[in-house]
Design a protein around this ligand. Structure first.
Ligand code: ADP
Ligand code: MG
Length: 713
């Protein structure tokens, strides 16, 4: 007999080639897939209530026979239909109603036995079950899988009922479970008090009770976490093994850089720099994630790392997701390093470069983006290749094939979530084995960060630079728009600047851009005619966006109307207020990022959310914005509102592999799975020993991209 891992689903009795297509749509190709297709939820049918014992307000399961059925269109509301059935058991009868599901009328017949589960409501003098879930059960008494127990409820392949599906799963369990081997070895299971796989699979589908269900859930979640952590732990292990650069970190250049800054570093920044120094000094390659809330000052930490790399004779590359941001980093860092040693005259070559001579060591910084003209790009590329330029700030233009480095020693990736996983991996390949520093402003709880970035070390900057005042945030409705404008004008008259943000969503891109333009024209003519306005949106060339940004930065514009191109990184300290139009259309993380554009100076700043939020989700997001300013707190709220799947969206593919495990509610289990993964890899890094073979097979099946990692050295 074929092992269940590979037995195609169509060989299972009751499926067949035609029906197997419907299974495949749900990702069920083999019997194993079926066994791992876990119930969506359970219905407690342990105790069926006698119908005459039902009370209004309860959610209850009952069993009964259909005594009568009927349906009609509502005469009160057009296009509204009602299906009714009277169901009775030995104790009494009750009416069930379903709204707008006319097809239900043909679904069951008078005389059918039903199990119903739903809320009991009072309707006039009588009780009724309103839109209950129901299932037709056999009259042959063959209902041990369906009633008198916790009944599993699945996402179903088309054309199957819950009852059919349960039977299929049950026969798959009976036939294949004896041959299923456990990918978690005995020792690991007993250390962690996990039930074996056969038991877990049976209990997850047909739990004997809440305790068995719980144990199954824990065991299967652990397995998911474990498989998810293994490749991360392996990658980390291998990177540790791989030779990297031992940078010389005690550099007078670094000391001068830090003492030349116009501010004192915060404790968090200092700690992060220390951690980075330790990594860089070590002859293995650094893989570090720098997390810090918006405005916490990550850039200067990265710049310090760059100074270390450069002062030891290596090149450093700093990649930002947009041209605006790259340009701004360039200006800022150029400015900061120009102060390194003021006694040394600056040699200025061209508009964009500045050289600091220092003990035979020069920092020559350049900007490389997609929109610079071809000729100067060629020149820069040549200088990067021959090592003349040693600090390169850029966009993904840095990833182009033509960009070659002489001796790339450090890669910094800013706002990493804006890059694809593939893009992120490319830049480090431009050097022998450069140190890597990744920065993100999406703060997430530490354990969760470990799940996602388990192959990275993590530094966190918790505090903001001193003197920042929390941005005063208000949520106003459309009819209070005037109030919003008054606040903005008040600020502008004090010489401060403002952003007005207009959302653009992909589905209505053209419409939204038109909306932003229209608003710009209207405001310019009327409300804000005494001020200078600019409009930036994603349809403008990146260079044009950067030009407008620069104008805003130089205070040539008072108000910048913008779509979400502003979302990341931009830093203009004089901008004191922001209005966000249609705030309900933004996600919470995005709102927080946007708001982070103001409140960067020492004076009170304002953020006004204009919205007509109706849905509870949108209202919860806006309420969280008004209430909290700490990014970590906001991320937690966001996770609560959306759940981890949506929170991380499609960006972090790993998490979508988790079908049953939830990193938020099972952090302890996750931690243990991670520890076990590390423990295992220390013993058998290539999973070659006999008890680990199955694990390896499963792992590669799930993450084929790790093949290479497992095989090579
Ligand atoms: P983010 O972490 O969001 O990338 P930035 O690096 O852009 O934040 O820093 C935000 C602003 O704070 C910048 O203008 C930066 O110069 C300033 N800044 C950074 N560190 C400090 C500090 N220790 N004290 C005062 N201002 C600082
Ligand atoms: Mg930043």
């Amino acid at each position: 007999m074929t092992k269940p891992r590979y037995a195609p689903i169509q060989y299972l009795k009751g499926v067949g080639p035609k029906r197997s297509l419907a299974f495949e749509k749900l990702g069920i190709f083999t019997v194993e897939d079926l066994l791992y297709h876990f119930p969506r939820r359970y219905e407690d049918r342990t105790n069926l209530s006698p119908i005459n014992k039902l009370e209004a307000g309860q959610a209850r399961a009952v069993k009964g026979e259909v005594l009568a059925k009927g349906g009609h269109r509502s005469w009160r509301r057009k296009g509204f239909s009602i299906t009714e059935a009277v169901v009775g058991d030995a104790s009494g009868k009750i009416t069930c109603v379903w709204f707008n599901q006319p097809y239900l009328q043909n679904y069951f017949q008078v005389g059918d036995s039903l199990v119903l589960f739903g809320k009991v409501e009072r309707y006039g003098k009588n009780l009724q079950l309103s839109s209950p879930e129901f299932e037709i059960i056999g009259k042959d008494g063959d209902d041990a899988l369906d009633i008198g127990r916790l009944a599993s409820v699945y996402s179903l392949p088309e054309g199957l009922t819950q009852r059919n599906f349960r039977r299929l799963v049950n026969s798959a369990l009976n036939e294949y479970l004896p041959q299923i081997s456990d990918c978690l070895e005995f020792g690991l299971r007993s250390r962690n008090k996990l039930v074996n796989l056969a038991q877990a699979l049976r209990s997850i589908h047909f739990p004997q009770g809440p305790e068995a269900q719980d144990q199954a859930y824990i065991r299967l979640s652990f397995e998911e976490f474990f498989l998810f952590q293994l490749p991360l732990a392996l990658r980390k292990l291998k990177k540790k093994e791989k030779a990297g650069i031992a940078h010389k970190v005690e550099s007078p250049l670094l000391e001068d850089f830090i003492s030349g800054l116009p501010f004192e570093l915060t404790a968090g920044q200092k700690k992060a720099i220390e951690e980075i120094k330790a990594d860089m000094a070590c002859p293995r390659s650094m893989q570090r994630l720098l997390q810090g809330d918006v405005g916490s000052g990550k850039t200067v930490v990265a710049a310090a790392a760059a100074v270390i790399a450069v002062s030891g004779g290596y090149q450093a590359a700093f990649m930002a997701p947009t041209e605006i941001l790259a340009g701004q980093h360039f200006e800022k860092i150029k400015n900061q390093i120009s102060k390194i040693n003021p006694s040394v005259p600056l040699r200025v070559d061209g508009e964009h470069s500045r050289t600091v001579k220092y003990q035979n060591r020069e920092i020559k910084i350049e900007l490389l983006t997609g929109s610079i003209d071809k000729k100067s790009k060629m020149v820069k590329l040549r200088q990067i290749k021959n090592g003349e330029i040693n600090l390169i700030i850029g966009t993904h233009a840095l990833l182009e094939e033509k960009a070659e480095f002489k001796n790339l020693g450090l890669v910094v990736i800013d706002e990493q979530h804006k890059f694809g996983v593939g893009q992120r991996a490319l830049l480090p390949q431009k050097g022998p084995n450069p140190d890597i520093l990744i920065m993100t402003a999406t703060p997430i709880p530490r354990t969760l960060a470990i799940t996602l970035y388990g192959d990275l070390d993590i530094s966190v900057i918790r505090e903001l630079p001193p003197g920042r005042m929390p941005v005063e945030t208000k949520c106003l409705e459309e009819k209070e728009r005037r109030q919003a404008y008054e606040i903005v004008k008040g600020q502008l008259r004090q010489g401060r600047q403002a952003y007005i943000i207009y959302p653009v969503i992909e589905e209505s891109y053209a419409l939204d851009i038109a909306g932003a333009k229209k608003m710009y024209d209207a405001l310019k003519k009327d409300e804000f005619r005494e001020f200078k306005l600019g409009l930036v949106h994603g349809k403008l060339a990146q260079a044009e966006q950067a030009r407008l940004m620069r104008k805003f930065n130089d205070r040539e514009l008072d108000v910048l109307i913008s779509t979400t191109v502003l979302e990341v990184g931009i830093d203009v300290a004089n901008a004191a207020c922001m209005v966000i139009e249609h705030a309900e259309r933004f996600g919470l993380a995005q709102l927080h990022q946007l708001r982070g554009r103001v409140g960067r100076g020492h004076e009170q700043s304002y953020c006004i959310l204009l919205s007509g939020a109706r849905t509870p989700g949108a209202q919860a997001r806006l309420a969280a914005m008004v209430k909290y300013s700490d990014g970590f707190r906001i991320a937690e709220e966001d996770l609560k509102i959306r759940g981890p799947g949506e929170f991380f969206g499609e960006r972090q593919h790993g998490l979508s592999e988790l079908k049953i495990a939830n990193p938020l509610t099972q952090m302890q289990l996750l931690k243990r799975a991670r520890e076990e993964a590390i423990r295992l890899l220390n013993v058998d890094p290539r999973l070659e020993e006999r008890p680990h073979r199955l694990l390896k097979e499963k792992l590669l099946q799930r993450f084929p991209e790790y093949e290479e990692l497992m095989v090579v050295g």
